[in-house]
Design a protein around this ligand. Structure first.
Ligand code: ADP
Length: 694
């Protein structure tokens, strides 16, 4: 190239001066020679230039092919940002065609790639920030990792690319270039791998089973929370330890020699080298002791995780202590049930639809049979039951199968010796070998029936003798009254005839006789009333308690006036009762309420009634002296009193009488009281009383 330029310069200078450059005419040959040489040299220079141009073309071609053939995106631009090169890699990754890109500036292109999530503002700012960072990383270390950038693709997706930049100078001018890779896919893979890792980690940590993983050399790399709970060791204490050392330090296997470490080491040698070891095929049961001393029964399942270097070993350890305990419990209760059933004096039969599937040894004695219990299996229970009871047994079997509450029923059975015996049985539905069955417990009812009969006779005798006694007491009190009245009458006659000459002592004695006689008479009279509650009672009829109340008040008229009592009542119901006995009750209670009054305070008595759970509850409330706590029950006993007769007169029979009347009506009686603050006597009567009884 430089030769041709020289030629042209020579031409220009020739024409400028007008002087021929040819050698002197005498030396034409030499000139010719020189010209030839120059032509040859020119030709050589021309072919060298062609060769150079071809090689440049080839290298340019190679460079362009390389540029286009690579998957990386390559961009070249000048110092003003005008894009000079934009390869197919760029077209694919950025989504902008080569024709679009070449000639535009990098800022124009960048404005089309700003990611939506970017807060870097417009394309210009966004790109400048990237270029700055790239320049910075490049200067901090040439081997620094590429920059990760998010870009928007024209298809609307966001891609992640990695970029590196470079620059070069040609003839004093700097050109810039960038290489980019689309890492969206590997990034996604990496992200999902990380997610899976995390999932797996969570799964392992939250697993209820204890999990242990080792590396290819058997060193512990994973020890989850359940392992910590099971063994009492913290993960950081065991991570990195060879699994056999950890195992040997924690439990000494019984019956293994020579020592735990050697034994476990042998096991792990096999596990780490023999992928067909039986441990990988079987679930092994073992016992391990935690640091707290608790012994856990466990199931261990070993597995392998193949890796590039070989395989890692994993073990899932399930704590089955509770399951074992439950199994033991079931086993024990089965044992208990079996021994109970076998030793039971009662016959226990299990049948399915009448067919005996089990019967205990007690059957031999009860049925007087020579057959063994197992010989009865398969027999129909109805072959043993008296025909009169077939229908009822069928019904009760159905009830049992339907799960109705068990009831005791009597059946008659024909025994081995032909005799008929009355038995009683209770059935329940059970599952026998997975199928519904009825289990019946049967016992001989003869003894029970005999003792029931005896009890009935005994009760009847007792009732009779009680009635006899009551009759005797009643007659006795009746017969006693006449002589008592005689004593009273004659002592009063003697008193009347008592002259002044008689000593005051004699008069006093006579007065005592008359007074005690009268008291005895009242006592016997009250006793007779008491005895008459049953024998003299009248049938229950509708009784208006309001009428009963006014009858009682009429009788007590004098006491009411004398004590200036205020007696009130709520509406009272009509009940089924013996009305004269009800009058006795109210009369006694109101009389007591007025009698046991605090000094200087006028009695206030209130009678009321309320209905409660099918009962009428009556109450008589006063403002009297009240009753000490320890006497709430005693006062209802015959002749029980709290005060001497001269403080409050009486026989101690009133409340016992009321109680007896209330009991006869099917009710009960009690008191609530506070000393000095009055008492309330309660009695209940059934709304529908039992038939009146004597
Ligand atoms: P009496 O009235 O003849 O003594 P009761 O059987 O009627 O016999 O009463 C027994 C005892 O119960 C009485 O002696 C008295 O101590 C006590 N009592 C009965 N009613 C009341 C009452 N309303 N307030 C205080 N104490 C009473």
């Amino acid at each position: 190239m430089s030769g041709s330029r020289k030629r042209r310069e020579e031409d220009r200078s020739d024409s400028a001066t007008g002087t021929p450059v040819s050698p002197p005419s005498g030396d034409l040959k030499a000139e010719n020679e020189a010209l030839k040489k120059e032509i040859t040299a020119l030709k050589a220079r021309l072919s060298e230039r062609e060769r150079l141009e071809t090689s440049l073309k080839e290298s340019d071609e190679k460079f362009r092919n390389l540029l286009q053939g690579t998957h990386e995106g390559i961009i070249l631009n000048d110092d003003e940002g005008v894009i000079l090169e934009w390869n197919t890699g760029m077209e694919e990754i950025i989504g902008i065609s080569r024709d679009d890109a070449i000639g535009s500036t990098i800022f124009e292109v960048a404005s089309r790639c700003v990611p939506e999530s970017s807060d870097a503002g417009d394309g210009g700012k966004w790109l400048s920030a990237i270029i700055d960072t790239l320049d910075m990383t490049a200067t901090s270390s040439p081997s620094s990792p590429p920059l990760e950038i998010a870009v928007k693709h024209p298809d609307g997706t966001q891609r992640t690319i990695e970029a590196k930049n470079f620059n070069y100078t040609v003839q004093g001018r700097t050109f810039y270039g960038g290489i980019i890779w689309d890492i969206s896919e590997p990034k996604q893979i990496l992200e999902s791998l990380a997610e899976r890792d995390e999932e797996l980690e969570n799964l392992i940590e939250s697993s209820g089973d204890a999990i242990l993983l080792t590396d290819e050399e058997g060193r512990i790399t994973k020890f989850n929370k359940a392992q910590e709970r099971l063994t009492g060791f913290a993960a950081e204490e065991v991570l990195g330890l060879p699994a056999w050392e950890f195992q040997a330090s924690r439990s000494a296997p019984e019956g293994h020699s020579p020592d735990p470490l050697t034994w476990y080491k042998q096991v792990w040698d096999r596990l780490l080298h023999d992928e067909n070891d039986q441990f990988y095929r079987e679930i092994v049961e073992d016992e391990i002791q935690s640091t707290t001393g608790a012994v856990h029964h466990v199931q261990v399942r070993a597995f392998r995780i193949p890796t590039m270097k070989g395989f890692r070993v994993g073990a899932i350890v399930r704590d089955i202590t509770k399951q074992k305990q439950a199994e033991r419990g079931i086993h024990e209760s089965e044992e208990k049930y079996r021994s109970l059933v076998e030793l039971s004096p009662d016959v226990i039969v299990i049948h399915q639809g009448g067919k005996i599937v089990y019967v205990n040894p007690a059957v031999t004695k009860l049925l007087r049979t020579t057959k063994k219990p197992e010989d009865l299996i398969g027999m129909n229970i109805f072959d043993l039951i008296h025909p009169d009871f077939h229908a009822s047994v069928e019904q009760s079997t159905q009830n049992d199968l339907n799960g109705l509450p068990p009831t005791t029923r009597e059946i008659q059975v024909i025994r081995g010796d032909g005799s008929v015996v009355t038995l009683e049985g209770r059935g329940t539905r059970i599952l026998y070998k997975g199928k519904p069955a009825v289990q019946v417990v049967i016992r001989d009812a003869t003894e029970r029936k005999k003792s029931e009969q005896q009890l009935r006779e005994y009760a009847a005798n007792l009732k009779r003798s009680n009635e006899d006694l009551e009759l005797f007491a009643y007659i006795a009190t009746h017969d006693l009254q006449e002589p008592i009245r005689g004593i009273v009458a004659y002592s009063q006659l003697l008193l009347a005839e008592c002259k002044a000459e008689h000593s005051p002592q004699t008069r006093k004695y006579l007065e005592n006789i008359a007074r005690d006689g009268l008291r005895l008479n009242t006592l016997v009279g009250d006793l007779r009333e008491y005895l008459r509650v049953r024998s003299g009672g009248r049938p229950f009829v509708p009784t208006d308690m309001e009428t009963v109340f006014s009858d009682a008040l009429n009788t007590l008229h004098r006491e009411v006036t004398e004590s200036q009592a205020t007696i009130t009542h709520d509406p009272l119901p009509v009940i089924q009762a013996d009305s004269s006995q009800m009058t006795q009750v109210l009369q006694n209670l109101i009389a007591n309420a007025m009698k046991f009054q605090q000094k200087g305070i006028a009695p206030t008595v209130h009678v009321s009634a309320s209905s409660l759970d099918g009962m009428w509850q009556f109450s008589v409330r006063d403002n009297g002296v009240g009753i000490p706590k320890g006497y709430f029950e005693k006062i209802f006993i015959l002749f029980e009193r709290l005060y001497p007769r001269d403080t409050y007169p009486g026989t101690g029979l009133g409340l016992a009488l009321c109680n007896r009347i209330v009991e006869r009506h099917g009710g009960r009686m009690w008191v609530e009281s506070e000393e000095g603050r009055g008492s309330t006597f309660y009695f209940t009567l059934p709304a529908n009383p039992p038939e009146s009884s004597v």
